[in-house]
Design a protein around this ligand. Structure first.
Ligand SMILES: [Zn+2]
Length: 420
């Protein structure tokens, strides 16, 4: 239970009598309802500045979070992740007994491991049985999908790999990252390099990277697959996306789940893609907001508008004006805050917007659409492929896997968490 003690370091005076409970956020539950339910005074909301309250809107139904409770079941601390790196912390000050609010980094351990399995049937099953880690089995199988024909495996073959795994609160935190794989197939060794960005494996240390060539007719209108259009005619980024931004003045973390574009008040804001308006109204911290569902789990959010034009429930087209730039909510001057969420997780909008998209061209009504894009492939070196292979070669000197995950299959039991 060492990891739990590290997480709850702030409350070390409690740690021995308290226990950690894993919870799931209830459907439709608001932050203030949660406080009421747990007997935490609503006055804590006065300590939350409005800019931070925007994160309350992003807690979703079914989301896992953690509570530290004393023997009587009173809340001592609550930790709710707002992205992969930061979390909301509510805690009762041991001295004053007052509840405090903060946004703090998520602590997790990252360790590197060596895995080695004997092939007896299907590789996936062999990894699950020999190493006790289903996600690891899935990731290794995925990495090998295109790089090695599984039908060529023979009983007695060996598969060894080097990977990293994050752990938090005594259990897995996210999926493992496979770095390099060695297959000993019918006595012959073969090395597979992994592109860590996609998790795909390649025979050798190179991969084919697609790139597009667009001809002169730049009327770009595709959506989905990272091809969204710009939300303003002219863009000037005043504040970039960040999961973990240190605010030098406030001396604390303040993640930024979007990109800020500086623009004059009243500048038309355009939908970045076709979709359905799922929200049009006021949101604490964000002021006047429009949210558009683009399908495939992608939602865009346009904040601080002076005036909203789009109607909830309406379908909008890419480039359609949905509102106007303003300064509502927590904002130091007129700007558009654009947030993009993929499966409810904030992602960097600049990675979702097509480089070819020009606000100007999307504003025009497009009479005829012609696909003028061509995809080519070039051979590139997989990042860290050589280093990872060298590390795997070093690890291969040991005969056994460095860790078997049998005790990590389930989250810590409620009764014994926190007691050590
Ligand atoms: Zn912003």
């Amino acid at each position: 239970m060492r990891s739990i003690l590290i997480i709850f370091l702030l409350l070390s005076t409690y740690a021995f009598s308290a226990k950690v409970i894993e919870q799931r956020w209830q459907k439709g539950e608001t932050f203030s309802e949660y406080l009421a339910d747990k007997g935490i005074p609503q006055s804590i909301l006065e300590k939350v500045d409005e800019g931070d309250s925007q994160f309350f809107n992003e807690i979703h139904a079914g989301q896992k979070f953690y509570e530290l409770v004393d023997e009587q079941g009173n809340i001592l601390q609550t930790l709710i992740a707002i992205n992969s790196e930061m979390q909301i912390q509510l805690y009762r000050d041991p001295k004053s007994k007052e509840f405090e609010f903060d946004i703090i980094p998520i602590e997790f351990d990252t360790k590197e491991y060596f895995g080695k399995v004997q092939v007896t049937s299907i590789l996936y099953n062999d990894i699950v049985e020999q190493l006790g880690h289903k996600m690891l089995a899935a990731r290794v199988s995925y990495a090998l999908k295109k790089a090695f024909n599984a039908r060529n495996f023979k009983v007695g073959d060996e598969v060894a790999f080097y990977y990293s795994q994050d752990t938090r609160m005594g259990t897995f935190y996210g999926a493992p990252h496979i770095k390099s794989i060695m297959i000993k197939n019918r006595g012959k060794e073969k090395f597979i390099s992994i592109d860590e960005e996609t998790g795909r494996g390649y025979d050798g240390i190179h991969m084919l990277e697609p790139y597009t060539v667009t001809s002169k007719q730049k009327v770009h209108y595709t959506i989905g697959g990272g091809k969204f259009a710009l939300p303003l005619k002219y863009i000037r980024i005043t504040s970039p996306f960040s999961l973990r931004r240190w605010h030098p003045v406030l001396k604390r973390y303040r993640p930024h789940h979007g990109v800020d574009f500086g623009a004059k008040r009243g500048t038309p804001i355009m939908a970045i893609g076709d979709g359905r308006v799922i929200y049009a109204g006021w949101m604490r911290g964000y002021g006047n907001v429009v949210k558009i569902d683009h399908g495939a789990g992608v939602v865009s959010l346009y904040a601080h508008q002076s005036k909203i034009k789009a109607k909830k429930g309406a379908f909008v087209k890419s480039g359609e004006v949905i509102g106007y730039v303003g300064n509502t909510g927590i904002s130091s001057g007129p700007h558009l805050h654009l947030g993009i969420y993929k499966n409810r997780k904030p992602v960097n909008p600049m990675n979702m917007i097509s480089r070819d998209s020009k606000g100007k061209s999307v504003l025009k009504s497009i009479v005829k659409y012609e696909d003028v894009e061509e995809v080519f492939y070039k051979k590139v070196l997989i990042p860290n492929a050589k280093e990872n292979k060298a590390k795997l070669l070093e690890m291969l000197k040991s005969k056994e896997s460095s860790y078997v995950w049998k005790d990590m299959q389930e989250p810590p039991k409620k009764e014994d968490a926190g007691n050590s």
